[in-house]
Design a protein around this ligand. Structure first.
Ligand SMILES: Cc1ncc(COP(=O)(O)O)c(C=O)c1O
Length: 494
């Protein structure tokens, strides 16, 4: 087969190195962690221009945490209609967000409690994506517990530790290194990591990047330990709707409600991943903790940056309605009856009130079709990626949640991870994210054989892109290992 990957010239690598140190990446003066440095490299204009001159115009985002799929047309149409009518955008919202939005979300979120209405609109705060929620919660923790610790169940989304560092808070990353089930939650280790100062535990469920869902029994134990230690639990359920086998999982707040610890947990959700609307920045915090909710409202108020969710009131009410229909029909209600009952319940929302039952039914059915197709596409992409990597895979984490997984690639034990990924990028245009983006640092991942070279694959991305990228990655790996001297050696270990 014709070789696609060619080793670039020494001159090209020298120029890239100069940009890395003194150009717009500016390593000489700037300080980065592993994740931050790579994010900077992938957005460097100077590297982009150098690569383009070398014929590399295409980027392969194999690890990037967004989807290539479009959002549901019904939602986009709703936003367009609302914008044209000018219903929402002219006004400021309340500091916790528009009332009908919060009402709709609390109604939808209550269905999992089976007729016990746990949440009201007072327990919902709209935020700038779930990022806004996470950063406000950690800011709250900084105000209330400046000398206490955060325990992050890892590997996990970088933002938790990034924000903890920003607020100068002490945090511990908990990673289980079991050889057979790497990264899967270990209760004994968890218990050992708790100190009297652990007052915030962060649980990302399903986990990004491992996809771990954490069984109900484990969640109960985490919650009971949190209660005993008088700690709050921040539950990031951004990916929950994307769990492939939804019957196998119950939301943490539903579990907490059963054991009477609902006031201990703070749930964060958003529309970036499950609805493919990352740039709309819609997120929300759900909590029965009054002190926390009052603080979030104050933080939003003093920052004067209320959530832009106000613009999407129609979309959010419609989505809450559609999700609620899903719950109702699961409980053996006929679809027609579910629509009729819920139209009444959601009558506070102008856009639901205005739509006929027929229109709402069609929207529900279209959404269901759209969503099932999307999930099938993601699931097929996981299988396809695994197939394309073939013998290169030493281990892969199971397909549990449509989006991310970690794959351990063979033969990279003795390479400098940064150099491998930087050369991969400069040679092929592939943007990769590996272990140290999600816990600890590069040094720890490299020196400990139980870690190794774990690559995040976001199987929400385009299948055609993966077909091209994985051929290039495999070819690159072979050429790199056989010709290390011809590639750039920075010896950076972050
Ligand atoms: C686990 C997790 N939580 C939160 C976020 C933040 O997402 P957003 O602010 O778009 O809601 C991300 C983004 O990748 C994520 O992976």
């Amino acid at each position: 087969m014709k070789q696609i990957v060619k080793i670039p010239s020494k001159q090209y690598f020298d120029k890239a190195y100069k940009i890395l140190i003194d150009g717009d990446v500016n390593l000489r003066n700037a300080k980065y962690d592993y994740y931050g440095l790579n994010a900077k490299i992938f957005s460097s204009q100077q590297l982009a221009s150098l690569m383009e001159k070398n014929g590399l115009t295409k980027r392969y985002k194999i690890s990037s945490g967004t989807s290539d799929r479009f959002a549901f047309k019904g939602y986009i149409n709703q936003v367009i209609t609302d914008l044209k009518k000018g219903i929402y955008y002219r006004f400021y919202s309340l500091s916790k967000g528009d009332l009908s939005t919060r009402k709709a979300i609390s109604l939808m979120e209550n269905f999992k409690f089976f007729k016990k209405n746990r949440y009201t609109e007072e327990d919902v705060c709209m935020t700038e994506g779930s990022t806004g929620g996470i950063s406000m919660i950690i800011e709250y923790f900084k105000n209330t517990n400046p000398a206490d610790e955060i325990l992050i169940i890892s590997p996990s989304y970088y933002l938790y530790k990034f924000t903890a560092e920003y607020y100068n808070l002490k945090y511990v990353e908990l990673v289980s290194l079991d050889k057979i089930k790497p990264f899967m939650f270990n209760l004994e280790l968890f218990k050992k990591s708790i100190t009297p100062k652990t007052k915030l535990i962060i649980l990302n469920r399903p986990n990004n990047p491992t996809g771990e869902i954490y069984p109900e029994e484990i969640v109960r134990k985490i919650l009971m330990i949190a209660k005993k230690n008088d700690a709050l639990v921040l539950v990031d359920e951004l990916f929950f709707e994307l769990i492939l086998n939804k019957e196998s999982a119950t939301e943490v707040d539903a579990i907490a409600s059963k054991i009477d610890v609902l006031d201990r947990i703070i749930t964060v959700k958003g529309y970036s991943k499950n609805k493919n609307l990352a740039a709309f920045r819609i997120g929300y915090v759900l909590s029965k903790n009054r002190k926390l909710m009052a603080s979030l409202a104050r933080i939003a108020e003093q920052r004067q940056c209320f959530s832009s969710a106000q613009n999407y009131t129609g979309l959010i009410c419609l989505d809450s309605f559609i999700q609620s229909v899903g719950f109702y029909t699961k409980q053996n209600q006929s679809l027609t009856k579910a629509i009729a009952i819920l139209k009444q319940k959601f009558s506070f929302s102008q856009i639901i009130f205005e739509k006929s039952e027929k229109e709402l039914k069609n929207l529900y059915l279209e959404y269901k079709k759209y969503f099932n197709n999307k999930i099938r596409y993601y699931s097929d992409t996981y299988d396809m990626v695994l197939d394309l990597f073939g013998k290169e895979v030493e281990m892969i984490l199971p397909k549990t949640c449509a989006y991310n997984t970690l794959i351990k690639l063979k033969g990279l034990e003795n390479v400098n991870f940064f150099d491998f990924c930087f050369n991969l990028f400069l040679t092929t245009g592939i943007e990769s994210q590996i272990g140290p983006c999600f816990a600890f640092d590069q040094f720890t991942w490299q020196k400990n054989p139980a870690f190794g070279f774990w690559l995040r694959i976001s199987y929400s991305r385009d299948q055609e892109m993966f077909k091209e990228a994985i051929i290039r990655l495999i070819e690159f790996k072979k050429i790199y290992l056989e010709n290390k001297d011809k590639f750039l050696k920075t010896n950076i270990i972050l």
